[in-house]
Design a protein around this ligand. Structure first.
Ligand code: CTP
Length: 425
């Protein structure tokens, strides 16, 4: 679980910060909020305080009843300086929405309110999510300010395009959706958390291949058969492995989220493309983490153009099985390579089903997800998994249960287990 300091600046999108807090706390994170004075015109402190379960601060000069502690954290005995204590306790500082004015002040290092002084005092990763009118976002001043922040290592979450707040306005500038904000923070945290957890950079010198997302199999030139995998778990694994010092290659199948910093990314669409990319990358890797949801079947003869509905006659789609990429790679592995599969299983019998996959595909470990649950797994920021692993002897399968946590934490737990298996294998 991480401690997220959320800075809310003035803008209509401030209401989305409430939903972000709901998602973040549901994923187990502790959140504290600092508001700019202008943001209170849009959403008041009471709403943020109720959702975070912690006091909200606006000015450096007001007392913090929680003394800079996050929910679940012990309060210090003395009365600290709120902006210094809050950022010292935070794992990440996210400013969302970040108005054009706040971005300009951050770029200039101006600290005329608590939100700004927290940014100057922060040693944790700083993430900024702009939200404003499209002309303001595209103004050269805002572009230059964002470029300055990026150069300084600030993570910028690009706004979305679409309908803006003022009537009839369309364009870029909408605050990224709360789920995307949280996923981006977790991807950053996967790096930061991993670095902390593995201070010895225990994966340095290892080449890690991660697959993420879900493949799409074309039916015609515009339609496809796909699945609901967002790629979050794979991205968290890639970020965590990178943070431990590994050289990471990510094969991403239709992943909308950005890859973690420092990871080499290959984009693929279909199961066949994923197979080719993996076959090229696998010989050079030490650990394969096969988190992608790969189609088991693909249309046998995708149409060249767009299929017309014509007379609304029955349309039959013939599917042919795709190659099992993971089984193929596992069968060709050399000594010293660790092959990890991910099994999406439904309800009771999930672990037994995964055990069969481990044996059938000759894996070193398999990470099991129960896809009958809606609170974890596909397109959700939390996960809860069981890991089955072997230390060389496949008749002797060990089991680890990782309780519900953010995907960043679960990724770290998976890497811990894989590390142990490799050390003793
Ligand atoms: N996998 C693969 N190639 C496929 C299908 C799956 O490499 N064509 C990999 C997945 O990336 C995952 C593992 O196999 O790591 C398990 O995938 P899953 O779909 O759960 O199992 P399947 O073997 O496809 O069996 P089933 O769908 O019958 O449960």
């Amino acid at each position: 679980m991480s401690r997220i300091l959320l800075g809310v600046s003035g803008g209509i999108a401030a209401y989305k910060a409430l939903e972000l807090i709901r998602l973040a706390t549901a994923a187990g994170h502790a959140v504290r909020v600092v508001q700019s004075p202008a943001s209170r015109r849009f959403v008041g402190e009471a709403s943020f305080a109720a959702l975070t379960g912690a006091p909200v601060l606006v000015s450096e000069f007001e007392r913090d009843p929680a003394r800079g502690a996050f929910p679940g954290q012990e309060q210090p005995a003395r009365e600290p300086l709120s902006h210094l204590e809050l950022v010292a306790n935070a794992d990440i500082y996210l400013i969302a929405p970040a108005s054009a004015n706040t971005i300009a002040k951050l770029a200039a290092g101006i600290a005329d309110n608590l939100l700004g002084s927290c940014a100057l005092a922060a040693t944790c990763p700083l993430v900024v999510a702009p939200a404003m009118n499209n002309h303001m976002y595209e103004h050269p001043a805002t572009r230059a300010n964002l470029a300055t922040l990026r150069e300084r290592g600030v993570h910028v979450i690009e706004p979305d395009s679409g309908r803006l707040a003022s009537e009839g306005e369309q364009g870029i500038g909408r605050l990224a959706e709360p789920a995307r904000l949280l996923a981006a923070c977790e991807a950053v945290l996967a790096g930061a958390v991993g670095t902390e957890a593995a201070s010895g950079q225990d994966w340095q010198g290892l080449n890690v291949l991660v697959t993420a997302g879900g493949t799409r199999e074309p039916i015609d030139s515009v339609r496809f058969l796909g699945n609901s995998s967002s790629g979050r778990m794979g991205l968290a694994l890639a970020g965590a492995a990178r943070a431990r010092g590994a050289a990471v290659t990510l094969v991403a199948a239709n992943v909308a989220l950005p890859p973690p910093d420092g990871v080499v990314c290959r984009q693929v669409v279909t199961a066949a493309e994923l197979k080719t990319a993996c076959e090229e990358e696998f010989p050079g890797c030490d650990v394969l983490l096969m988190a992608a949801a790969v189609a088991d079947f693909a249309p046998a003869a995708p149409a060249d153009g767009k299929i017309k509905k014509a007379d609304r006659q029955l349309l039959e789609l013939r599917l042919e099985p795709t190659a099992d990429v993971l089984a193929g790679l596992a069968a060709s592995r050399r000594e010293g390579q660790t092959v990890v599969g991910f099994a999406a299983e439904h309800g009771e019998g999930a672990v037994d089903g995964a055990r069969e996959k481990l044996l059938a595909k000759q894996l070193d470990a398999v990470v099991v997800n129960d896809i009958s649950r809606t609170d974890i797994g596909f397109d959700v920021d939390a996960n809860e998994v069981t890991i089955l692993g072997t230390r060389g002897e496949r008749s002797d399968i060990e089991r680890w249960d990782v309780p519900r946590a953010s995907k960043a934490r679960v990724a770290d737990a998976i890497l811990d287990v894989i590390g142990r298996l490799r050390d003793s294998g």
